[in-house]
Write a protein of this length. Structure first.
Length: 918
């Protein structure tokens, strides 16, 4: 608990700071008014510069803030106990100075109170403090403050404040003017002249590059003799027109500038000349945003004067300029419109649409347009003085998306009739999206089996160039002979603007040939196969001769670069022959399949053709290919010539066997073709006779005197069929003549002639409406045609039997000759192996071996002739005969050089071969 003495001391300290606050407030107010009034009046009289006023402005506030902080704020803070405040001991000394009788006692009392706070249990000490406190209770501590002096200070400061207020009221005009200029310390002020100058024009604006004339009109009690113009620290005198009128012309104004006016040492103000710049182009560029489907990369256009772009491209023009207040655009023949303005859209011509500007800045502007049609744009600029004559023309050439292009070639399979191939190209200036094949079936009556087109995709994608292929098998599609299909192809591009444009080929028609046409075509193909086989046999014979020459050359001169090239060429020809044989076999197989599908030949004939085709397939010998590869390897390795000769000899032997076998198959093919032709004409004759009998019956049963048109038309068809039979008979005769040994074949010529004559007479009777007579003649013609058919078939069968009998006799004779040759060879061999090389008997045996060789040549010719007529003779026979000939030749070669051992070895092989053949 605080003592009474300390409470009185606190009251003394508070009274002290209140005195400080009152005097400080009066002093702060007085000093503030003194500084402000003095500074404002100083500025009013001296017209201080901007720099000086800036320093005084901030100095004024520094002094005022410091005075108020020290004189007012500090006493208030200490009154509230903030900061360092007078302590009780200092207050006691201050009071003791004013009241000497209590000086020491007051300090002792404070010390005792401090001791009592430390030793609270000392009762004697507490009693002493209480006695001394009573002694000071009547002493007025506040009287220790000098209140008289305080009153004098307050009175004096109040008088000073009143005087300052009165002076301020008296000098209010000057103070206010000065205050305004001090507070606007950044503004330049000049002393007021005794006159006023008015400039015309009021707005100092000059067109760039033009002169600007400024007139100065002076008004006032005193007029200056001259007016000075200050530009960039240069002084120029204005021209005096009158006492109160001066003039100056600024020549060829290019840029903005400032100038000042001065007269009679008075600064009359600063002025700025504004230059009116005409709009100027800085740059113009164009950015093309191409449609995605074109595949073109977006980018800046190389030229802005002529833009060639695809349809649908969005062009963004970037306009850059200086001193532009408004950008304008117009289309060819249109009116100016503001870019980015409210009236911009729909004013650029048909097919062109604009969008609002993306940037409203005048120095730079964007303008967008979608390129849907060709046209031109004129860009202009508006400045402060109006529209600039400097414009820019941009020509827009729009490239329309072209229709796709499609071309197609149609080709029928050279072997398989009714199979068609379609090969073509489709292209577009950008990309082809799809290619489709359309078709529909047409029946004989010309009406479509299905009015809807069948759609088949050939390509789906996105390519600028597309090659496509397609195949149709009319037979597999169920198209009957003489029916047809209509077809067309369509290409669609990737035009995203118009939904994809379609280009179609013209509608074309494909007919499935009739059976007769197919047969004729197949026969033509078979003839080509026969010619190919004949040519292959000749080529193989040439290759055998070439092989023999090459072997002889190797024996004489050895292997050289030229010789090696000749061997390589020979191998290439052998390789080509293998490919040719393979192609012939493939064509023959396809012909057989088509004829089998037609079902117009007997099963027996079909089996014969299949067997022949199988033998033709066997000619495609893989061993020959291995030998060719082996010889090529030997050439690369520069192998020994004997090894090379041996391989070449083997290949030559195989080629010889192939040639003989092909020659045999060629003759057998001719025989089968003849047999097929005989069957075909026999069937045609049978069909004709049957049809003729039906017509005879219809003619007989037809009512009325007049012959119907249907009957006449049917009879005309019979006449055409009869002509077709004659053509087939001629074909039979030609095929028979192509055989090595033609048959003595009878075709029933007389019966056919009678059948034709009777049919002709029947036709005349029909024309004369003699139906009964016509019917009888038709029956007779049908009977004669049957007799002709039977005569031809019997003749063909008889000839086949005759040939079989002849072949049987030939075969028996061949067998006897083979046995005889085998015995003769065995006798030679048994004697030869016992002889030495110098035995004279070798010459005799050599002659005997040569006679045996001649006999074998005769046997071989007879055997080959028989094999051509009898397919049952396997190609083993021809191959074995070829090996016998080779071994026979080697035996003779050894005997010439009197090599009895070598000759005996080869003669043993000959004997083995003859035994195999027998």
């Amino acid at each position: 608990m605080r003592s009474e003495i300390r409470i009185k001391l606190d009251a003394f300290i508070a009274a002290y700071y209140k005195q400080q606050f009152v005097r400080g407030l009066m002093l702060a107010l007085s000093s503030t008014m003194l500084v402000l009034v003095g500074l404002f009046l100083l500025e009013n009289q001296l017209w201080l510069s901007v720099q000086t006023r800036t320093i005084l402005f901030f100095g004024m506030w520094t002094i005022i803030i410091a005075a108020w902080g020290v004189l007012v704020v500090q006493p208030v803070l200490k009154l509230r106990g903030v900061g360092k405040v007078i302590s009780h001991e200092e207050a006691a000394r201050w009071i003791g100075n004013h009241f000497p009788e209590v000086s020491d006692k007051l300090l002792n009392l404070l010390q005792l109170e401090e001791m009592s706070a430390i030793t609270a249990e000392n009762d004697l000490l507490l009693q002493g403090i209480a006695q001394k406190t009573v002694a000071f209770s009547n002493t007025p501590f506040i009287q220790a403050l000098d209140w008289l002096k305080h009153k004098r200070w307050v009175t004096r400061l109040a008088l000073l404040l009143v005087l300052l207020l009165g002076f301020s009221a008296y000098q209010s005009a000057g103070i206010l003017i000065g205050a305004n200029r001090v507070f606007h310390y950044q503004t330049e002020y000049v002393p007021q002249a005794p006159f006023r100058i008015e400039l015309t024009p009021a707005e100092l604006v000059a067109d760039q590059g033009k002169d600007l004339t400024v007139n100065f009109k002076v008004e006032g009690s005193i007029l200056p003799e001259s007016i000075e113009i200050l530009i960039n620290k240069q002084i120029i005198r204005a021209k005096k027109i009158k006492a109160n009128h001066f003039q100056y012309t600024f020549s060829s104004v290019q840029t903005q500038f400032n100038f000042a006016i001065r007269a009679m040492d008075f600064d009359l103000g600063n002025y700025r000349v504004i230059v009116n710049h005409p709009p100027q182009w800085q740059a113009i560029s164009a950015w093309a945003d191409y449609p995605d489907y074109t595949g073109k990369m977006d980018g800046e256009c190389a030229s802005t004067e002529l833009l060639e772009v695809p349809e649908g491209t969005i062009i963004t023009y970037e306009l850059k300029g200086k001193y532009v207040s408004q950008w304008l655009v117009k289309s060819s023949g249109g009116r100016w419109t503001s870019i980015g303005g409210a009236d911009e859209k729909g004013t650029l011509g048909k097919g062109q649409k604009t969008t609002d500007a993306l940037n409203t800045a005048k120095e730079q502007q964007q303008y967008k347009v979608r390129a849907n049609s060709s046209g031109g744009f004129v860009f202009g600029m508006r400045g402060k003085k109006g529209l600039s004559v400097d414009t820019f023309l941009s020509r827009l050439e729009v490239q329309k998306d072209l229709f796709p292009d499609i071309q197609c070639e149609t080709q029928e399979d050279s072997v398989k009739m009714g199979v068609w191939y379609f090969m073509g190209l489709a292209g577009d200036d950008y990309a082809v999206k799809s290619v489709h094949f359309y078709h529909r079936i047409l029946r004989k009556n010309g009406r479509s089996a299905d009015t809807n087109w069948v759609k088949m995709p050939l390509f789906i994608g996105n390519e600028s160039q597309v090659s496509f292929t397609h195949a149709l098998d009319l037979g597999l599609m169920g198209i009957q002979p003489s029916d047809a299909i209509e077809y067309q192809l369509a290409a669609t591009d990737n035009d995203a603007l118009h939904g994809g444009k379609v280009m179609r080929t013209p509608v074309r028609k494909l007919e499935r040939p009739s059976n007769d046409a197919v047969v004729a075509q197949l026969e033509k193909q078979e003839a080509g196969i026969g010619q190919g086989m004949s040519k292959s046999v000749k080529n193989l014979e040439k290759l055998q001769k070439e092989a023999k020459r090459l072997q002889e050359s190797l024996q004489q001169s050895g292997q050289s670069w030229d010789q090696e090239n000749k061997i390589k060429n020979w191998l290439n020809e052998e390789q080509k022959m293998l490919q040719t044989i393979k192609q012939l076999e493939k064509k023959q197989s396809e012909v057989n399949k088509q004829k089998e599908r037609l079902g117009e030949q007997s099963q027996e004939l079909q089996k014969k053709k299949d067997a022949l085709n199988e033998r033709l397939k066997q000619l495609n010998n893989s061993e020959m290919q291995k030998l060719i590869d082996e010889i090529q390897r030997l050439l690369q390795q520069k192998a020994d010539k004997e090894q090379l000769k041996e391989s070449m000899q083997k290949l030559s032997e195989m080629s010889q066997e192939t040639a003989k076998e092909m020659d045999k198959l060629m003759e057998q093919l001719k025989q089968l073709e003849l047999e097929e032709a005989v069957d075909a004409v026999a069937k045609s004759m049978e069909d004709w006779a049957k049809k003729e009998e039906e017509l005879a019956q219809q003619t007989k049963e037809e009512k009325g005197n007049q012959t119907s048109d249907a009957l006449k038309e049917a009879h005309e068809e019979q006449k055409a069929a009869l002509q077709n039979i004659e053509k087939k008979i001629q074909d039979v005769e030609e095929k028979n003549a192509e055989l090595e040994k033609p048959m003595e074949l009878m075709t029933g010529e007389e019966d056919r002639k009678e059948a034709g004559d009777e049919a002709q007479k029947a036709s005349q009777d029909l024309q004369n409406n003699k139906k009964s007579a016509a019917s009888e003649k038709m029956k007779k013609s049908a009977q004669k045609m049957k007799e002709a058919m039977q005569s031809m078939q019997k003749s063909f069968e008889d000839q086949q039997k005759k040939r079989a009998a002849e072949d049987y006799q030939t075969l028996r004779a061949l067998l006897e000759n083979l046995i005889d040759a085998s015995n003769r060879q065995e006798a030679n061999f048994m004697e030869l192996r016992k002889l030495s090389s110098d035995n004279p008997r070798l010459a005799t045996l050599n002659k005997e071996q040569m006679r045996l060789r001649e006999s074998l040549m005769f046997i071989e010719d007879s055997l080959m002739a028989l094999a051509k007529r009898q397919p049952m003779i396997d190609n083993f026979v021809t191959k074995e005969m070829s090996r016998v000939n080779v071994q026979m030749g080697m035996a003779l070669d050894n005997m010439k050089v009197r090599n009895s051992r070598g000759a005996a070895v080869h003669e043993q092989f000959v004997m083995t071969g003859l035994n195999n053949l027998a």
